[in-house]
Unconditional design. Sequence first.
Length: 131
Amino acid sequence: MNSKVTVLIVEHNPLVALDLTEMIGEMGITRIFVVTNEREARKVAQEQPVTIALLDVNIRTGQDSAALALHLASQNNTKIIYLVNDTTTSSLRRAQEINPFSIIGKPFSDEEITDAVKLAMISDDGTLANS
């Protein structure tokens, strides 16, 4: 689809991260970075612009996905797609406070992820992101 799009996946569960990587790779996106914590995510974002970030709302104890989301969005206008375990509790409220591009509950389907990524690739002016 677009090899200029850079996707950052911040997910502590290696199986979920692998699943997301495969889904996004099948879309033709080749620049995919997978990290497990906030520090690694900030390092990736510092080294190159991140178009789309898929963030687990609960990265790890002591780490703040909300602060990371705000940092990414303000640094590169990164579109944030939050992944939440429970769409009925505080994790959903936390995700909504950031005003992400999308919030997807776990478990998720391939279609939910690919549809959100496709929509996020469209810039505010209607053109393909990073084209």
